[in-house]
Design a protein around this ligand. Sequence first.
Ligand code: GDP
Ligand code: MG
Length: 698
Amino acid sequence: MGKQLNVALIGNPNTGKTSVFNALTGLNQKVGNYPGVTVDKKQGVCKLSRGVKANILDLPGTYSLNASSLDENVVIELLLNKNDKDYPDVALIISDVETLKRNLLLFTQIKDLKIPTILVINMSDLMRRKGIALDIELLEEKLHTKIALVSTRKNNGMEGLKQLIENYKTISIEPCLDTTIIDEDYFKSLQKAFPNQDIYKLWLVITQDANFGKISRQELDISRFKTKSNQELKHLQQKEAIKRYQFINGVLNKAQTIDRSKATGLRSKLDRLLIHKVWGYVIFFLILLGIFQAVYDWATLPMDIIDSSFASLAEWVKVSFPGGGKVTDLIAEGIISGIGGVVIFIPQIAFLFLFISILEESGYMSRVVFLMDRVMRRFGLSGKSVVPLISGTACAIPAVMATRNIENWKERLITILVVPFTTCAARLPVYLIIIALVIPDNSVMGLSYQALTLMGLYLIGFGMAIFSAYILDRILKTKHKTFFVVEMPNYKLPLIKNVLITVIEKTKTFVLEAGKIILAISIVLWVMASYGPGDKFNNAESYVNKNSTFQSNYELNDQIAAFKLEHSYIGIVGKTIEPLIRPLGYDWKVGIGLVASFAAREVFVGTLATIYSVGSASEDEETIKTRMENETYEDGTKVFTLASGISLLLFYAFAMQCMSTLAIVRRETKSWKWPILQLTGMTAIAYICALIAFQTLK
Ligand code: GDP
Ligand code: MG
């Protein structure tokens, strides 16, 4: 049993903390070239030599220890609490070579807390190109620390870093600054009041208390020591930053040289174009078009293959186990159809994730955040809401968590409330199948209508999010607006490995998470569809026989199956809600899909697949799509038309159908009020929009 030691990774956003974490632990946490990707602590283990094990803790990015937002607060809470089980034995401050000055602010603060601190300067691979030279020895001497110059991308310097971690005890804990110069009298009296406490820690507790309101810390009751107003404290914090920068500038003047001529003009040229007031938006729009077009073009073939394989698999099960009875039916009709309904969308989902991940990795996503920020301001929102809204394209859950870096509570609340309007991955399968059914497979100027519709749905989602935020902003009246500085990371060639990891991880999570729910729900549904109360279900044959005389055997069986479904338990549920959804253009079978997908949207397709296979006696290999296409009302009109299709798309775009999101919103807002408001509000909007769409289009 070796010793354990705690290592915390701390630094500004986007300096490569997570990349260092992955390099040390061999884990694959999500890396992204825009701020706000890591919002919670993540843990992993790194094996050092001689049986020493290090617990590595990846933390959210933070600019200083004077936190003003929840995600930054995670870092300070940890550093102020020696009793925390994760309290670091050694802190690694991760900086990148280009933002050394800004990161040193944080570095000197942590150093002054007398925590053994190693300075990790990452992205050393960029030094030559950027014309940056560093005198590492001099830096080490002036900052009283050990420095590891590394590049996680080129895998350089990691062994040296591990050795430094191992020998952390030899690192000096001498502070960089004499903090009492901030306000000598005040600090002196502070120290007198708490003679056993570290003076800088006291100061941080006080400033944190000023920012977050009462925090109870038994050992440190600072409430009896409040002689300065919050205004004065803020002023002193500014003074602290100035003093620190004076120190840092002095150090860097000697130890760092930057050859400006080498700092290429490419970045500024690109930026001039990509965040241009007009061209910026045009280019963004074109990129979106290209992405959605490609998602359709590239995914068609693999999807067709998956679709027909699942149909043959179900058929094979039925034929190979004839007379297998209920269990065979359950597998063929319930499970295989249900799972197939999700698996078929893997290609499109994976391609979409691929593009999003490339946009993130290249640094372009930060420009999008900047572009959106301009739009958001018009609607009275702050730009900090943009990151959650954009990350909501994967899933609303991490997006709701990403709101933690919004300082103002009301702004944060509004963002949480509107984030689920963003088109998440779970809506994709529903969109894709409905689009395939009702939007013609033609194209205009090389752009397919189907791709355009999908893109339109994404834009509608964003539009509705912004619009409702605007309304909520009016109702809740937020006065103070969070000041937002968009971090503009450098453009980078996306690392194929990072991109692929993201794609695989996200697709896997989607399929597994969705798969679990779908499996469970398809079994329940199949049971409810295969049994029913009363005479009509149990003696369906005689009812159908009575009414029809001249049908072929095959048609007869089909009719019996349909009649049974109608009078099964699930049929009764569908029939009950039919009056409510008929005005939107849906029949009772679609209604069953709607009911089932209030747990999670993605089960919609699987549900319909299960229902339609139970409801038909057909022996042919049929794909889900053809089954849905052939679905008709009693009078022979088709169920899935342009009108009912658009209506369904809108319903799914706006309705709040995700238990997990509601649970997260409850957790983040600590109240049931907001998730309930979200559920009813969004669903009402969805209903009204779907109603209007169907009634005007039919
Ligand atoms: P975090 O926000 O601090 O966790 O930073 P991430 O680990 O998410 O990385 C931010 C960005 O920097 C990503 O796009 C990485 O691919 C990139 N990056 C990380 N390490 C290096 C490096 O050594 N060299 C270069 N050129 N880029 C890097
Ligand atoms: Mg990170």
